[in-house]
Design a binder for this molecule. Sequence first.
Ligand code: JD8
Length: 401
Amino acid sequence: MRLDVVTIFPQYLAPLDLSLIGKARRDGLLDLRVHDLRGFTHDRHHTVDDTPYGGGAGMVMKPQPWAEAFDAVLGEAPGEGASPRARLVVPGPGGAPFTQATAHRLAREEHLVFACGRYEGIDERVYDHARDVFEGRVEILSLGDYVLNGGEVAVLAMVEAIARLVPGVVGNAESLVEESHEDGLLEYPVYTKPASWEGRDVPSVLLGGDHGAIARWRHEQRLARTAARRPDLLPPSAVLSGEAELPITTATPADAGELLVLRRCCLPEVAGEETIEDVRATLAAGAPWRTWTVRDPQGRLVAAVRGRTRHDDPSGEAGPTAWEIDGLVVAPDVAGRGIGGALLDHALAQADPEARFARIDVPRRGSRPCRLYRNAGFRPARSAATEPGTVVLTRSLRRGA
Ligand code: JD8
């Protein structure tokens, strides 16, 4: 991945020479270049700012230096091949939230350019000009709802969050999986030697070597922490009419066996030939699908659904980011109690924030499943290149739609 950062404080980005990012640069995994905006000025004082039209406090960044900086990083400058599909990120307190989902999306890009503003901001015409030279691939992103003095700190955080998702930058990709914000839950508490410190002992379950028990304890710790610190992240629970509230939880490879049984039972035409390896692969760390399950009070897996981000539209052409929902299954003995609807709502709520619409490919049979989807606003997609016998249903994901 190539990354260019343009700033009037290049030394602010020095921390990116350190640690894993520094090593990844030396190993050639990341081609990160920092540019001084003043290098694209031609007056004795290397002026990059001026007073705001319409008056008011502070200064505004002039447009010309930015235009020349963009030309340089896009290789329009003499001697460099044009950079293919570069994407410009301009941090700003008014931008769209930068989240882990954003980091994943940007980590798939070939060339990212970051423009660090200062003062009261950058002349608005620079954004319009950038949309031309970056062919629309321009994003204003915010690190969070507080005010910084400039974009450098935001770029430091964004580059680290993105670069560590580039394959090979973080040695053991495993450790990327159970992190906060990766699957909607906060991380579990961690401990190391000594087992007893200042009279405080490490939880015994971690010393017992029973990996199943450790995995369950860690999952419960994540649920409890999330409920305590970030209840807004917690998934809605499935409601069994008149009975216990059953949590919707993120599936793990340990759920593969039961899930295969449910899929074979509920989706014979889709899962008839599916194997346990097939299902386990969809639950593995880093798999494109995110799968959620519901267990009854006795712990039996009674329902599931999954979702993934797609970048092709129903006709199969490359298209706007879509959120595909699939494999909604409910054990026949608990059907008709609202679990399917609750799971569908949950899968919609977990949609990739970048997706503008959701799609479901359903077997073309009878009307029953479709009513659930129709009530959720799904409609047959016009031009859909689908597998024979399937119907593509779509609905907008306009937040608040
Ligand atoms: C870029 C100039 C300072 C902002 C007048 C203070 C991001 N989450 C965030 N908070 N603040 C920024 C941010 C602030 C910036 C610039 C990002 C360029 N400023 C300005 C407007 C009010 N001063 C940010 N990401």
